[in-house]
Ligand binder design. Structure first.
Ligand code: PLP
Length: 428
């Protein structure tokens, strides 16, 4: 599809163009398998010589249509859906890093990704060095080893809300012959397109704003098609030498730079590990995507109004939102997120942990959930819920102080939300 089209158009039209007399909406292909007339026909699919569907663990037309839409939105060449954001992160990394390899990640990332890298992938023999998202080029460079295979970061970190200097990270990654993978969940392609700033691979938890209604878990991996694996065949043998488990195909030769990464990810990782998205959930995700640009505008407008209210409230000790002029990340946000960032704010009340607990107890519209980035406003006090086993010292070290409240601003009316926050703060 024409890449000059705007987000609003791509969100509606990209990925699926019905033929004459075919369904206008993307059909749900609720089928595990697909039928062929001859074994020869099917053999060609297995040899990756012909395109077509044979088993929904490897590919499904509904999932593919939605993946094409997201690829178009991110400005990538290929994409695949996964059953969750965690699976997308794991597959994106494991597709190019194996036992004995090393990766570099920003330390300000989603807790699940941090655990995946620091515990589970470590058990698989992949070591991670965490760097500050605010590190200098020299500090980032110093983290590289001969066996480093990639650099990873989040556009807007969940829950730390740091904004990543994507160009800086891409520059140092490329100087070392490795790709930059960016988790773009909080910004969405509506507010930032990391590939246009040099990122090579983009991942998402589509569970958040993309689905947007708290209805279905999911993830996606988008490849820019720009990283030239063939310049570093020793570093990326999985993409540049024959895959004996797949009929001796060399992915970069057969599918070009635009298709190699995602085809390998599908043919090897989805084949062997599953983690597939269901056609039904892909359909819900697609409905969410249709209104994404409009919802993001409203999430950001609500968050900005609420951030301004909190910033000026005498009982608020501090607030983090990169849309505020005196936020540490305001300048980076102006560069990478000029149209808005996201709907998530973090703040602390004077009176710390006890004040946070009282405030949360009296909230009426904002519900207490471990979820974020949804149409419904929700709120979390990590110190008394997700992080409750940690001491105050451990909480500070993790960047999640005992007083931190994470507020995900939904799509309700901003005045109603502010009135609710106001009455709850007054109880403190
Ligand atoms: C939620 C989240 C994930 C994990 O996604 P799931 O869909 O819950 O598996 C990954 N990255 C970020 C930034 C997230 O917010």
């Amino acid at each position: 599809m024409n890449s000059n089209l705007h987000n609003e158009t791509l969100c509606i039209q990209a990925g699926y163009t019905p033929g004459n007399g075919e369904p206008r909406q993307v059909p749900i292909y609720q089928s595990t398998t697909f039928k062929y007339a001859t074994s020869e026909d099917m053999g060609k699919l297995f040899d990756l010589e012909a395109e077509g569907y044979f088993y929904s663990r490897l590919a499904n037309p509904t999932c593919d249509a939605v993946a094409r839409k997201i690829a178009a939105l991110e400005g990538g060449t290929a994409a695949m859906l996964t059953g969750s954001g965690q699976a997308a992160t794991f597959f994106a990394v494991f597709n190019i890093a194996s036992c004995g390899d090393h990766i570099i990640s920003s330390s300000a990332i989603y807790g699940g990704s941090f655990n995946l890298f620091s515990v589970t992938m470590k058990r698989m023999g992949i070591e991670t060095t965490f760097v500050s998202p605010d590190c200098t080029e020299e500090e980032l460079q110093a983290a590289f080893r001969p066996n480093t295979k990639l650099v990873f970061g989040e556009t807007i970190a969940n829950p730390a809300l740091n904004v990543l200097d994507i160009e800086k990270f891409a520059k140092v990654a490329h100087a070392n012959g490795v790709p930059l993978i960016v988790d773009n969940t909080f910004a969405t392609p509506v507010n930032c397109k990391p590939i246009s700033w040099g990122a090579d691979i983009v991942t998402h938890s589509t569970t958040k704003y993309m689905d947007g209604h708290g209805a279905s878990l999911g993830g996606v991996i988008v490849d820019s098609g720009k990283f030239d694996w063939t310049k570093y065949p020793d570093k990326f043998p999985g993409l540049c030498t024959p895959d004996e488990s797949y009929h001796g195909v060399t992915y970069t030769e057969r599918f070009g730079l635009e298709g190699a990464f995602i085809t390998k990810c599908t043919a090897q990782l989805m084949r062997d590990l599953g983690c597939v998205q269901s056609p039904q959930n892909a359909f819900y995700l697609n409905l969410g995507l249709e209104s994404l640009p409009f919802r993001m505008k409203q999430h950001c407008a609500n968050a900005t109004a609420i951030a301004r209210f909190l910033e000026s409230h005498e009982k608020v000790a501090w607030i983090k939102y990169c849309g505020l002029e005196n936020d540490k990340y305001y300048t980076l946000a102006q560069k990478y997120l000029p149209g808005g960032s996201c709907g998530v704010i973090s703040f602390g009340l004077k009176g710390g942990r006890a004040a946070a607990e009282t405030f949360m107890k009296y909230l009426q519209l904002g519900s207490i959930e471990t979820h974020v980035a949804d149409s419904r406003t929700c709120c979390l006090h990590p110190a008394s819920s997700t992080h409750r086993q940690m001491t105050d010292e451990e909480l500070d070290a993790a960047g999640v102080g005992a007083d931190l409240i994470r507020l995900s601003c939904g799509l309700e009316n901003a005045e109603d939300l502010i009135a609710d926050l106001k009455q709850a703060i007054e109880k403190v």
